[in-house]
Design a protein around this ligand. Structure first.
Ligand code: ADP
Ligand code: MG
Length: 437
């Protein structure tokens, strides 16, 4: 392994890394940092929790001159992730004099305008709110030197692509650009050619979406039995737990039940006020809450080292989501566990995901002696899972899940405003709402 000073990182940053206990560079950092420092575009893929944030942040910090305008920009899909990245960059840049602003929906414009007025060199943003600032002229991108799309496959997916295009059009031609994610599907790599110039690709474990260091298991049960099993599993855990649900309603219900059972649980879903989202996340990060119940708004990028167990209370709607969800545990080389609850009606969906899991996955029905009693009509539906004549590809979103239509996802970081505009329409059908997160 390489020390950070061998990568050409400057003294001020090394000092901060030392204080954070970063002794040696992780593989993705070792690969990407020198290339980004030479201002070449990069595509970086490495499994969840492998240190991608530092891989792009360190070179960005190194090449920035304080008080010369916004030179670095990181775009992320969710508010919580933007805040986390911002926090990391601030820690790495503690001795550089470089200032970072976090730009995201749900927070008052005033706070962000004040931060920008003081002068910042890096913005970490969700696309919707950044565009608001660009339109009112409170952020300019003409001095940008390095653009990062974190969770790049999501950022270039149909829900965000128009926003990304709008933003990139305002940045200088000669910018350095890098894309990072644990999942880099070939269609995204192809699409990236439009945005990157001769990128150096580091696909460290692209063929191996195994969930390294994660002990994976599943349990097929009746939907109504899930809560009892949840309690049983949670009681046996010493560290923190994240419970992922398929809808906001489920998230709220599960959190409510956990409170009734006297667990220290917090919830995060897209309909909550930003203030409550931040409070919940802060409680979980600080360890004051043991359990986070969340929609997929927390499935990407969130790094809370003490998370020991991820429970998929509901089967996720595609394999990518599965790998990102379980990747909230086993961070930075630690070990973790993931258990997926499969209701009888989700067996077909689960089988599609299970096929993508290359490592051993435990069958808890066998291990715990729990019989599966799938009613006949359901059994008949299971083998022929076809979507519009095609088998569902791992990257498409079937509309039967109320997938994310273009309109749904466009402002996924600014749902509050959407709700005002569209009234309460999205609330009636848990699967067909405007936003599932
Ligand atoms: P990813 O984006 O690849 O999922 P993160 O950037 O969130 O991963 O990093 C995961 C964890 O690893 C974080 O808690 C981070 O502080 C830690 N980490 C990153 N790089 C190092 C390093 N070189 N040494 C020690 N810990 C590190
Ligand atoms: Mg990350």
């Amino acid at each position: 392994m390489t020390k950070f000073d061998e990568l050409g990182i400057k003294e001020e940053i090394l000092k901060a890394l030392d204080e954070l206990g970063f002794e040696e560079a992780f593989p993705i950092q070792e690969a990407c940092v020198p290339v980004l420092l030479s201002a070449r575009d990069v595509i970086g893929q490495a499994h969840t929790g492998s240190g991608k944030t530092a891989a792009f942040s360190l070179s960005m910090l190194q090449n920035i001159t304080p008080k010369r305008g916004i030179q670095g920009m990181v775009l992320a899909p969710t508010r919580e992730l933007a805040m986390q990245i911002s926090g990391e960059i601030t820690k790495f840049g503690k001795y550089t004099g470089i200032k970072v602003a976090t730009i995201y929906g749900g927070q008052g414009m005033g706070i962000q305008l004040d931060a920008l007025d003081k002068g910042v060199e890096i913005v970490v943003a969700t696309p919707g709110r950044l565009i608001d600032h660009l339109k009112r002229g409170s952020i300019e991108l003409k001095d940008i030197e390095h653009v990062v799309l974190d969770e790049a496959d999501t950022m270039l997916d149909m829900g965000f692509i128009d926003d990304i295009q709008f933003i990139l059009d305002l940045t200088p031609e000669e910018r350095t650009m890098s894309l990072f994610s644990a999942t880099m599907p070939t269609e995204i790599l192809r699409l990236s050619e439009e945005y990157l110039k001769n990128p150096k690709q580091f696909l460290l474990d692209a063929d191996d979406l195994s969930g390294e260091g994660i002990d994976q298991a599943y349990l097929v049960i009746k939907d109504r039995d899930k809560f009892d099993f949840l309690i049983d599993f949670i009681k046996k855990v010493k560290g923190q737990v994240i419970v992922f649900c398929s809808t906001k309603y489920r998230t709220r219900d599960v959190a409510k039940f956990l409170h009734q059972e006297k667990f220290d649980a917090v919830a995060i879903e897209g309909d909550m006020s930003q203030h409550r989202r931040e409070q919940a996340m802060a409680k979980f990060r600080s360890g004051k809450a043991d359990i986070l119940v969340a929609t997929d708004v927390a499935s990407r990028g969130i790094d809370v080292p003490r998370v020991e167990l991820v429970i998929n209370y509901d089967v996720p709607n595609q394999d990518m989501v599965y790998f990102h969800r379980i990747g909230r545990t086993a961070r930075a080389g630690a070990k973790g566990r993931a258990i997926t609850f499969v209701s009888y009606s989700s067996v077909g969906d689960w089988n599609l995901i299970k096929r993508q899991i290359k490592t051993e996955i435990k069958d808890l029905n066998k291990e715990m002696g729990i019989e599966i009693a799938i009613p006949d009509p359901l059994k008949r539906q299971i083998p022929s899972r076809r979507y519009g004549g095609q088998e569902r590809s791992s990257y498409s979103r079937g509309s039967r899940y109320g997938g994310y239509g273009k309109q749904d996802r466009r402002r996924s970081d600014d749902r509050g405003r959407d709700r005002k505009k569209f009234g309460d329409r999205g609330r009636r059908n848990p699967y067909g709402g405007r936003s599932r997160w």
